[in-house]
Design a protein around this ligand. Structure first.
Ligand code: NAP
Length: 310
C-alpha cells in the first residue's frame, strides 16, 4: 500500500500509539514514523522496541516536518501538549487525536491550532485493558470503528486523506457530531466501565466472602468485570471528568432500570425478569451479527499480531 503521509508524529507512546505504529509499518502507510513520550523511561523502551523510526525527547521537536500529528495521550493532557506543539506544526499538516471523549478535546485543543493546520478529532473504538508501549499490536484496529468528528468547515481533502490512513489500518470510519459521539460512548463504553469498576469494588468490600473465594470461583461475568476494571486509571479518570454530562445522564437511566429489576426480584416477578433478559439477549446477538464481537469466551482478544510484512 502506498504511504498516505510522509511523516507521522505520534505523541504519547502507549497502547494506541504503539498499535498505530505497528499497523502503519505493517501496511506501509507512512514514509517515516516518529514519536515522543513524556517519560525518558518510555522513550528508552520505544527506542529498544524499534516501532518508531525516530524517537524525539520533546513534542515540540517531534512535530517538525510531520504532515500528520496524532495526540495519543490521556484527554486531560491534550491542552498542554497542543499549546507546546502549536508554533512548530508544519503549514498544511493534519492534527488528529485518539481521545475517548470529543467535545472536551475540541475545547482543549481547538484554540491552539494555527491557521492552515487541519484539526480533525478522532476516536478508535478499539482497545484492551493493557497500557504502555509494549502492549500495542498491529491488528488492534482491524474491523473496528474509528469515529471522526470534523469541525464545521473542515477541509474535505484533508479528512479524506486521514480516512484513507485509518481504513488502511483496517478500521471502518464514520463521521459524527462531537456531542452525539460523547452520548453514544457514554452508553457503549463509559458507563459500562463505571459499572465494572463498581462491581469489582463491591466484591472487594464484601467481608462475608473471602478474596481467595472470589478469585477461585470467579465466573465469566465477574472475570470480564475485573478485566475491564484493570484499565488505565488515568485514562478513565479523564474520561469521567470530561464526559460528565452524558455519563451522568446514562447513569441516571441505569439506576432507574436497576431499581425496576430490583423490585421484580423482590416481588418474585419472573415474567418481567424473563422478558427483560430476552430483550437484552437480542441486543447481544445484534452486536455479534454486526461483526463488532465474537461469541468466543475471550471476546476475540486472542487474535495474534501478524508477522511483519504480512
Ligand atoms: P497509555 O497506554 O496509558 O499511554 C499513554 C501515553 O500518554 C504514554 O506514553 C504516557 O507517557 C503519555 N502521557 C500520560 N500522561 C501524560 C501527560 N500528562 N502529559 C504527556 N504525556 C502523557 O494510553 P492509551 O491506552 O494509549 O490511551 C491514549 C489515548 O487513547 C487516551 O486519550 C484514551 O482516551 C484513548 N483511547 C484509549 C483506548 C484504550 O482502550 N486504551 C481506546 C480508545 C482511545 P509515559 O509513558 O511517559 O507515562
Amino acid at each position: 500500500m502506498a504511504a498516505t503521509y510522509n511523516r507521522v508524529a505520534l505523541i504519547g507512546l502507549g497502547l494506541i500509539a504503539s498499535s498505530m505504529a505497528h499497523a502503519l509499518r505493517w501496511k506501509g502507510l507512512a514514509g517515516e514514523i516518529v514519536g515522543t513520550a513524556r517519560s525518558a523511561e518510555t522513550r528508552a523502551v520505544v527506542r529498544e522496541l524499534g516501532f518508531c523510526d525516530r524517537v524525539c525527547d520533546t513534542a515540540a521537536e517531534v512535530v517538525q516536518g510531520a504532515d500528520l500529528v496524532v495526540l495519543c495521550v490521556p484527554v486531560g493532557a491534550m491542552a498542554a501538549i497542543a499549546a507546546e506543539i502549536a508554533p512548530h506544526l508544519a503549514p498544511g499538516a493534519t492534527l488528529t487525536d485518539v481521545g475517548s471523549v470529543k467535545q472536551a478535546v475540541i475545547e482543549a485543543v481547538g484554540p491552539h491550532v494555527p491557521e492552515g493546520v487541519h484539526f480533525i478529532p478522532g476516536h478508535p473504538l478499539a482497545g484492551t485493558e493493557h497500557s504502555g508501549p509494549r502492549s500495542g499490536f498491529a491488528t488492534l484496529f482491524v474491523n473496528r470503528w474509528w469515529l471522526l468528528t470534523p469541525l464545521s468547515g473542515a477541509d474535505d481533502a484533508a479528512t479524506a486523506r486521514l480516512r484513507g490512513l485509518l481504513e488502511g489500518m483496517g478500521a471502518h470510519v464514520d463521521e459524527m457530531e462531537p456531542a452525539h459521539h460523547d452520548l453514544v460512548l457514554a452508553v457503549t463504553s463509559h458507563t459500562p466501565h463505571l459499572i465494572a469498576y463498581t462491581m469489582v469494588g463491591v466484591a472487594d468490600h464484601l467481608r462475608r466472602v473471602t478474596k481467595s473465594e472470589i478469585i477461585k470461583y470467579s465466573a465469566a461475568g465477574f472475570r470480564d468485570f475485573t478485566r475491564i476494571a484493570a484499565s488505565d486509571p488515568t485514562m478513565w479518570r479523564d474520561v469521567f471528568l470530561t464526559n460528565r454530562e452524558a455519563t451522568l445522564d446514562i447513569l441516571g437511566r441505569f439506576t432507574e432500570e436497576l431499581f425496576v429489576l430490583q423490585r421484580a426480584i423482590r416481588m418474585g416477578d419472573g415474567e418481567q425478569l424473563f422478558e427483560y433478559f430476552t430483550r437484552t439477549r437480542a441486543i447481544r446477538r445484534g452486536i455479534i451479527e454486526a461483526g463488532q464481537d465474537t461469541a468466543a469466551p475471550d471476546f476475540g482478544r486472542g487474535v495474534p499480531a501478524p508477522e511483519a510484512g504480512e
